[in-house]
Design a protein around this ligand. Structure first.
Ligand code: NAD
Ligand code: ZN
Length: 341
């Protein structure tokens, strides 16, 4: 089969021919139809320090996918051949206290497909049947292929009650933009999204009914006055991984404000803790998706008017994957989807 492999410890990915994976008794084999390119895949492509520490050379990459089940392990009775599906890319252990309590997304033994284990940038993917998420007919393959990052957005956005609240999202990458659409969908009052990249802010305005703010040139306090906000934002979602953005968020929040933090700051970033203490701010770290509550809620929202399709700005045949990665690396795209058929 075809696969995109981290074949050498240097910049790039390589198309290789690999054997079709052999599945175990509790697995399914999925024929991949569409995949999304993630920021994580860009780290792996660039072979930065994190990737070099984490990803074994020779790994099949990719974790955002939609496809169809073509083979069932002998113990698998609750899935069917021909079923269209996406799936949770975090492979969890079953022995930790968290896992046994049903908090699967908090299992410390989690391993990621396309990061620690062979992934979805391939004609076929082996996945535990437990991780399969069937797709209803109303969700097509390209939306199915971006449910993983939409799930990050949904998990973050549903961390705190947003109904009637003023929400600040820092970072208009694909996940920030989708989080803005979710905040709108669930009934936030004002949704402001910041970035320093005009192309990303323009895209945010096209995908969701939000107020895009370029913090390189505009003052957030002035935006608050324009929106007739008196005290500040109630809820923040940090989705840039940028230290300045987090500082700005703390500054712009109300007393007792809440922050859901998905963005990954580089290394140990300095934080002005006294401001967080005196403002009585709650910060929640967000990792992955809640398994499987986030999946349930996001599919329900997609079936009831949540529309994030315009966040997909580029589509390529898998033969042109290098072009897809270049577009993602340019910072001028939203989601980039590869077609494997
Ligand atoms: P992305 O890199 O595409 O987007 C980040 C955006 O932040 C960019 O558009 C960038 O221009 C913007 N930015 C930079 N400096 C800024 C500033 N000072 N103020 C406002 N915006 C600024 O990332 P993405 O794929 O949308 O993911 C969002 C974040 O979430 C990333 O940090 C990613 O690593 C992280 N992530 C975390 C998890 C998790 O499980 N915790 C999962 C997926 C992604
Ligand atoms: Zn991803």
């Amino acid at each position: 089969m075809k696969a995109l492999v981290k074949a050498k410890p240097e910049i790039g990915l390589w198309a290789e021919t690999r054997p079709v994976p052999e599945i175990g008794p509790d697995d399914v084999l999925i024929r991949i139809r569409k995949t999304g390119i993630c920021g994580t895949d860009i780290h792996i492509w660039n072979w930065d320090d994190w990737a070099a520490r984490t990803v074994p050379v020779g790994l099949i990459t990719g974790h955002e996918f939609a496809g169809e089940i073509v083979e069932l392990g002998r113990n698998v009775t609750d899935q069917a051949i021909g079923q269209r599906c996406s799936g949770e890319g975090h492979l969890i252990g079953r022995h930790s206290r968290q896992s046994r309590a049903g908090k699967f997304h908090l299992d410390p033994a989690t391993r990621g497909i396309g990061v620690n284990e062979n992934g979805a940038f391939a004609t076929y993917l082996k996945l535990p049947a437990f991780n399969v998420v069937p797709l209803p007919d109303s969700i097509d393959d390209e939306i199915g292929a971006i449910l993983d990052p939409l799930g990050n957005a949904v998990h973050t956005a549903l961390s705190f009650d947003l109904v009637g609240e003023d929400v600040l999202i820092t970072g208009a990458g694909p996940i920030g933009i989708m989080a803005a659409a979710v905040a709108r969908h669930v009934g936030a009052r004002h949704v402001v999204i910041t970035d320093v990249n005009p192309a990303r802010l323009e895209l945010a305005g096209q995908v969701a009914d939000v107020v895009p703010v370029n913090v390189a040139t505009e003052d957030l306090k002035a935006v608050q006055s324009r929106l007739k906000m008196t005290q500040g934002f109630d809820v923040g979602m940090e989705m840039s991984g940028n230290q300045a953005a987090l500082d700005q968020m703390v500054e712009q929040l109300v007393m007792g404000g809440r922050i859901a933090m998905l963005g990954i700051p580089p290394g140990k970033s300095p934080v002005d803790w006294s401001r967080i203490v005196f403002k009585a701010i709650t910060i929640k770290g967000v990792y992955g998706r809640e398994i499987f509550e986030t999946w349930y809620k996001m599919i329900a929202m997609l079936e009831n008017g949540l529309d994030i399709r315009r966040v997909i700005t580029h589509r390529f045949k898998v033969a042109d994957f290098a072009e897809g990665f270049e577009v993602m690396r340019s910072g001028l795209s939203g989601k980039v989807v590869l077609d494997w058929e």
